[in-house]
Each structure stands twice: as C-alpha cells, then as structure tokens.
Design a protein around this ligand. Sequence first.
Ligand code: ACO
Length: 333
Amino acid sequence: MAFIDEIKAKAKADKKTIVLPESMDKRTFAAAEQILKEGIANLIIIGTKEEIEANSEGYDITGATIVDPFNDPNKQKYIDKFVELRAKKGVTPEQAKEMMEKDYMYYACLMCKCGDADGAVSGACHSTGNTIRPALQLLKTKPGISSVSGFFLMEVPNCELGENGLFVFADCAVNPDVDSEKLAEIAKLSAESFETFVGKEAKVAMLSFSTKGSAKHDNVDKVANAVAIAHEKYPELTLDGELQLDAALVPEVGELKAPGSKVAGHANTLVFPSLEAGNIGYKLVQRLAKAGAYGPILQGLSLPVNDLSRGCYAEDIVGTVALTAVQAQNAAN
Ligand code: ACO
C-alpha cells in the first residue's frame, strides 16, 4: 500500500474533525468532496454564504459543517478566547473580531483551541508565514518545546535507502535561524514524527558538510554541538553526527567515514543544518528523484495545524488533511 493510502486508512479508523478556512479557493471544495466521500475526516469549512456558493459549485460537500464567521453563535466564545490568549499583547475584543473576520486562519485556530475542531489545514492561497503565524500566536508549542518546525515525509520511488525510500526531512519550512539547541530539539521532534507516521525506529542523522570532524568551521561546530546536546537531553534517540549526506545514507560510505556508527549508512530521519539546506534539499529530491513530498507538516505545536503549498492540487489537500487527522489522533492519546 502506498504511504499516503496507509495514512488515509489510519485517519478513517478514528475520524477527527478538521477545519478548512480557505473557502475562497475552489480546491478546498474539490478536496472536501473527496475527504467526505472517502470518510477520511469530519470537516468544518469557514466561509460566508457568498464565498461558499461562489466556489463550491459542482462539488458535493453534503456532510460538511459550514461556519459563517460573520454569523456564528459561537463567535463571542472565540473572541473571548482570543483576548485571553493574547492578553499580554494587549489585543482588544474589537481587534480580535477584526482579525478573525479578515483572516479565517485565526478563526480556525480558535476553533481548535476551544475543542470544536481537532486540527486545521490551510495555505492553498496563503503564504507559509501567514498560515502558521496565527497558530504560533494562539496555539503555541507543546509543553517543554521551544520551537515549532516543519518536516516533509519523503517517499522516494525505487529506493532501498532510509526505510525503503521513506524519510523525514527537517526543518524545511519554519526556522530561518537555528542554533545548536534548536537543532537538537528538531532532531527529537523529527524522530517522534518519523515513528508516528512510518511506525519504525527513527535513525537520525545530523547533517553537515563534514563527517566527524573532517572539516573545521563554525557551521560544523554548530552541528557537532547539537549532537552533544541531543545525546545529553534525549539519550533514548538513535542519533549521530555530524555526517555528510552520503555518509548518512549509503552503507559503504557510512562504514568508511563513520565506522561503528549505528546511524551512518542507515539514516531515515535527516536533520538539515539550516532552513536553506532543508528547503532546497527536499525540493531537489522531489523534483529530480520524482519523490512524493508530503508537507510541510508542523511539529511541536500544541495542536495539529498544517500548511499547503500554494501550487497544491486538491489531492494534496486530501493527503494533508489525512496526515493532520493522524497527528490529532496521536495528540488525543
Ligand atoms: N516556534 C514557535 N513559536 C514561534 C516560532 C517558532 N519556530 N517562530 C515564531 N514564533 C512565535 C513568536 O515567538 C511570536 O510569538 P508572540 O507573538 O506570542 O510573541 C509569534 O510566533 C510571531 O512571531 P514573529 O517573529 O512576530 O512572526 P514572524 O511572522 O516574523 O515569524 C514565521 C514567524 C512566520 C514562522 C517566520 O519565521 C517565517 O516566515 N519563516 C519562514 C517561512 C517560510 O517562508 N518558509 C519557506 C517556505 S515553506 C516551503 O517551501 C514548503
């Protein structure tokens, strides 16, 4: 079974409620029809009557709950929650109402925070920053986690490396500045994400342009320090570094460059040293190896919210909703 079909099957086994705030985009409705038909999740779509009518024509979305942000009996509850959550920032009820009406992602996050939805998916017509900022502001990180990061689940066809071609790549989406502490935390979260979605032990490689001191540079030290921090804070992880990509993935090269390492040559979870490397790296593999790239999936948030690429197809929204629903199942357990 293809990876995404397994995720859909998991989502169907314990249906969660996912909110879609992009009623201004037809792809939302094409995806909603498929999600409802396949029984992947219960759906809430946020939009006015006009937006829904203008964009849903031709799609059967019977079964979705429509919430009009200008005429919702629960709205005051969400405004109160917004003001409570942003009290330190001095947000007033009027400002909260205006932000929720102008940007439905705020509305979606408040629905999750108040327990009226289990997760949200947006980004088909909003940038990554605009999609995730409301979640960072309102939902915040899980206890004990300092930063949200974004990973891709990569499915490389005809590949024996990693877990038969399945990998987690991180951080590919969120943090433009990472220090050693952050890299160590990204490693911990990425290992959990790999195990949640792939169901196998994560073998985490902390990537660099150096393997075990073969090059000297501050950027190498950053990764080597992250490895030391991760070993100290998360001794249960199977993690090694710093490793070059070939040493991480290819058994013969791993054996040569990092003999005795449990990770070198067998890595399935790749932690990139910077957002540039992670973002470029996943796109290279996606485009040149024709790999499936599911994500960016956010990790470290208190509740599951996920971003879409603006070039996405309705089918990608369906997949991201399924992944979000599985994260919601995990959050509930
Ligand atoms: N984890 C947790 N909280 C965070 C994080 C993080 N990684 N980053 C910011 N925050 C919090 C801040 O502490 C702040 O909280 P507060 O308002 O309660 O004080 C809030 O989020 C807003 O932070 P700002 O720094 O004001 O927000 P900003 O919009 O400047 O930055 C963002 C956050 C959007 C994540 C930014 O770092 C960003 O744009 N990152 C890159 C996104 C991107 O373009 N990725 C590449 C494309 S994705 C792709 O190709 C798949």
